[in-house]
Design a protein. Structure first.
Length: 436
């Protein structure tokens, strides 16, 4: 485990970053400019910031941020409306452009990730689009990690290519391969990767990759959904953009679809935010409210989820019918040393393969009772799925093999149930497979 700490949020494993979140104006809400300021800086603990980074000066002295369920905002006068549209004054115009509830969530995320500003989207995939496409032009290469969420890969390979953008798929867990790809594609504008990657938990050295990308003028965007800013902060490791599917751990209750991108620089924040305005991809006020509610318990959820997953992963690793458990906590896991250096915990989602192949994987899912057979991850209950036929079915077969995404692979997102009962459910399913 090296220096990894499961309890609390140690500062030494993730280099400190002191970029103050960008103030977001809130004209049109009952109490304006004071909302943008927050006394909760990155010097406070993660737990305190998750609770207070949206500020105490809420509209009408509300304790929780109100849901501004409005499409448009009133102007004080025709001149005021003209000034807002011309950018001569700050405030709210229309909820596609900006909404006070959404902006409250964005302030918290910018604070937790220690970035210049956050942009909330209507889905995780919209966030992927919003933090990549605005920075790319025709004939620009984009280096992609070879292991990632299937629809993210499909988006770039099936649509970006239509506009002359060239995807270069690389095993980003090997820095030397990243260096080679940059030499062969000197006009690369961005490296986009997941770490830990979905579904195999492949670990990439964010700091080393960022250094090499910046040396040639390329940006680095990291999908950090699997571990959240509680366990990993890519911007503090050198990345330019970090994104999350907030559908997963950040919300944590399986009742929201959304995404968020946080930029390290104010310039990149403005580019992403303008893209969202022009494409209409903003998160809804209700979803922003629900995610803020989820963030209030993020630290304690991540602690317990991490502990539960470690118990389940160790049991699976010892099971005679299991071939491999892909969990970064194990010292023989590829890039384990990098994982403990850049993360302070491992989350609760990992994959494992069965010795008896696809038939056994399918039978396992057919015989669980407590666990829910469903896609998504990071909720309070345990979800289990078969990536090759579900979340990653759109990945080409040759790339699946390169990823290690075999038909015998099962992905599990361990929840907050008693871990002994999760294990008992798995044990029952394994016994049912033998009987059949």
């Amino acid at each position: 485990m090296g220096q990894i700490q499961i309890s609390g949020v140690p500062q030494k494993d993730t280099p400190a970053c002191r970029c103050a979140p960008m103030a977001v104006p809130s004209h049109g809400a009952p109490a304006p400019a004071a909302h943008a300021a927050t006394p909760v800086t990155p010097n406070f603990s993660f737990e305190t910031r998750a609770l207070h980074a949206d500020g105490h000066n809420k509209p009408l002295n509300a304790h929780a941020w109100p849901i501004f369920q409005t499409s448009t905002f009133m102007f004080d006068s025709p001149d005021h409306g003209a000034d807002l549209f011309a950018g001569r004054t700050e405030g709210h115009i229309y909820s596609r452009v900006g909404n006070p509830t959404v902006e409250a969530f964005e302030r918290i995320m910018a604070n937790l990730e220690e970035g210049a500003g956050a942009v909330a989207f209507g889905s995780g995939l919209a966030a992927v689009t919003g933090c990549t496409l605005p920075f790319l032009r025709k004939d620009d290469p984009i280096i992609l990690g070879d292991t990632m969420y299937g629809p993210s890969l499909s988006l770039v390979c099936n649509y970006y290519t239509r506009w002359g953008i060239t995807p270069v798929i690389v095993d980003t867990s090997d820095v030397h391969k990243v260096e080679q790809a940059l030499r062969e594609n000197p006009k690369t504008k961005m490296i986009y990767l997941e770490s830990p990657a979905n579904p195999t938990n492949k670990i990439s050295d964010i700091q080393a990759i960022s250094e090499r990308a910046h040396a040639v003028g390329a940006l680095v965007a990291v999908d950090s959904t699997f571990v959240t800013p509680y366990f990993q902060r890519p911007l503090c490791l050198g990345a330019d953009i970090v994104l999350h599917s907030v559908t997963k751990y950040l919300n944590g209750h399986g009742d929201v679809v959304g995404g968020v991108a946080v930029a390290k620089s104010a310039d990149n924040f403005k580019i992403i935010k303008t893209w969202r305005k022009d494409t209409g991809a903003i998160m809804s006020p209700l979803d922003a409210f629900l995610v803020m509610r989820g963030l209030r318990t993020l630290s304690i959820r991540m602690e317990q989820l991490n502990k539960n997953a470690l118990v389940v992963a160790r049991w699976l690793r010892a099971h005679p019918d299991v071939e491999t458990v892909m969990h970064p906590s194990f010292e023989d896991f590829p890039n384990h040393d990098i994982a403990v250096r850049q993360m302070t915990g491992f989350g609760s989602t990992f994959s494992f393969t069965l010795k008896a192949g696809f038939a056994a994987a399918k039978a396992l899912l057919e015989n669980v009772h407590i666990m829910v057979v469903a896609v998504s991850l990071g909720g309070v209950d345990t979800l289990i799925e078969h990536p090759a036929s579900m979340t990653h079915c759109g990945v080409p077969e040759d790339l699946m093999r390169q990823q290690g995404l075999t038909p015998s692979l099962v992905r599990i997102s361990v929840g907050l149930e008693n871990p002994d009962e999760i294990i008992a459910d798995l044990a029952h399913a394994f016994e049912a497979i033998k009987k059949n």
